[in-house]
Structures are given as C-alpha cells and as structure tokens.
Design a protein around this ligand. Structure first.
Ligand SMILES: N[C@@H](CCC(=O)N[C@@H](CS)C(=O)NCC(=O)O)C(=O)O
Length: 268
C-alpha cells in the first residue's frame, strides 16, 4: 500500500505523482495544508523531520525527498524501468536531479512566491505568516522567504532563481540537440520526470518563453511531455481551475522584470 503526503500544486509532489502514474500505481493521498502549517505538526515531523511534502510511506516505511522517492519507486516497482542500468547513464540521469535539487526547486519556489504566493501571504494574520516563515527553525530558509516576501522580484533569491533556470535550460537545449527526444535519448527516464514540474510551473505562469523563445528543442520536449498520459494524470489533470487561473493572472506581472534580469545575466 502506497500513501503519499501531498499538496496539490507542489512541484515536488508532482514529480512523485508522475512517477507513480508511470508505474501504473494507485495511492492513498493525505493532503497536508501548507498554508495553515500542517507540515509542522509533531506527528508529521516524525515522518518528515524537514517539515515538507512529499512523504511517501510504503508498507510502513517512510521515504522523504522527492528525488529519492522517485528512485525508491523505480527500485521497488521496476516495470516499466525509469532509470538506465548502465552506471554512466545513471550518473548522467542524476545530473538532472542535481539541477533540480541544487537550483530549480528553490528557483520555482522563489519565482512563484514573488509572482503569486507573496500576495496570498499579505492577507494572512502576522502570526500565521511568521510561523510559515519560520519553518522548523531553518534560518536560511526563513531569510529566503523573508527576502522574497519583502522585495518580491527584486530579492537576490529571484535573481539566483532566474540564473538556475538559465543554466539548466542552456544544458538542456544542448543535450536535446545531441541525443533527444528525451534527456537520455530514446527512453523517457527520471531525468525528464524530475524536470517536468519545473518547466510546467514556468509555462503555467506564462513565463517559460522568457527562457525558451530561442530554444526550440526544449519547446518540442515540452510539447511531447504535455501529451504523455502519466504527465497528464500525475500533474496537469490535478491542477485545479483556480490554481491555473492564479498562475495565469499573477505570473505575467513579473515578466518584464524577468526579461530585464535575464538580459543582464546573459551579458555576463
Ligand atoms: N528537497 C525536498 C523539498 C520539499 C519541499 O520543500 N516541499 C515544499 C513544497 S514543493 C514544502 O513542503 N514546503 C513547505 C513550506 O513551504 O512550508 C524534496 O524534494 O522533497
């Protein structure tokens, strides 16, 4: 029995849900309300000491960290395989999870925060807002949230986010031109699944073009991704109309700033 502690429009949960769908698995979903800080409930912290989603529980064993959860699912349910057997190819696959874990995750959060969640948080009571900033006392995370809350798109964390996407997309375009149609070649792997929610988020915010206007191979990859049934069933079908509308409305408000910052970054 697979249980997933989940939150609808969370990029990390989306990775896991796509993988579950690709494996043909059903799961029991338990929604953790991030905006009312249910992730800090002491019982939940026993499963996930970081106080974040997702957490997967399989036969009583909790597994945390979305990248590790996806690999765990592939090890536990080998059909169809989503990781190459060859160690060199496997290392190549993990380069893409590194991009996510060392830049794109924070990047997607900061860009979404500056465009959208920031507005939502302005309407919270100060006590609830502070509690959300605090997380479980992680000072780096608190400073990052504070910075983007105060300065919006002018926070240095948004600049780091834009750079993280630029670096990953530069490599992605070059890789797809050498091997495609997927990141490791013929077979769709966890490399692609890892990246999917992060491209989807920019696209739904109406911002993807800022990076990909002159990157046709990423656009082809994204078009193929949107047609893949496991992507639809694990991600796009589960985003609510209200969430789509929020992203569509708020994303474009930071487009000019993103363009300006990208120009600066590309000049070096
Ligand atoms: N590296 C972790 C990151 C998990 C994470 O931070 N998840 C976000 C949602 S995408 C979360 O739970 N945030 C809680 C919060 O914002 O307080 C993973 O990949 O699982």
């Amino acid at each position: 029995m697979v249980t997933l502690y989940d939150y609808g429009n969370s990029v990390c949960c989306q990775k896991v849900r796509i993988t579950l769908r690709a494996k043909g698995l059903d799961w029991n979903a338990i929604r953790v309300e991030l905006f009312t800080s249910e992730q800090y409930d002491p019982e939940y912290l026993k499963l996930n000491p970081k106080g974040v989603v997702p957490t997967l529980v399989y036969n009583g064993t909790p597994v945390i960290e979305s990248t590790l959860i996806c690999e765990f699912l592939d090890d536990t349910f080998p059909d169809p395989p989503l990781m190459p057997k060859d160690p060199g190819e496997r290392a190549r696959m993990r380069v893409w999870s590194k991009y996510v874990d060392e830049g794109l995750f924070e990047g997607a959060t900061e860009i979404s925060f500056s465009a959208m969640f920031r507005e939502k948080m302005k309407n919270m009571s100060p006590a609830l807002r502070e509690r959300r900033f605090e997380n479980i006392g992680d000072p780096r995370r608190r400073d990052r949230y504070h910075s983007t809350y105060e300065a919006g798109v002018h926070s240095p964390f948004v600049l780091y986010a834009i750079y993280a996407y630029e670096r990953a997309f530069r490599h992605m375009e070059a890789t797809l031109s050498e091997r495609g149609p997927w990141l490791l070649g013929e077979a769709l792997t966890l490399a692609d699944i890892n990246i999917m929610p992060f491209v989807a988020r920019l696209s739904y915010l109406g911002l993807l073009e800022a990076w990909t206007a002159d990157r046709p191979r990423i656009n082809d990859w994204w078009a193929r991704t949107q047609e893949w049934p496991s992507f639809k069933r694990g991600l796009s079908d589960l985003v609510t109309e209200a969430e789509f509308a929020d992203m569509r409305t708020h994303g474009p408000t930071i487009r000019e700033d993103i363009d300006r910052l990208l120009v600066g970054l590309r000049k070096g």
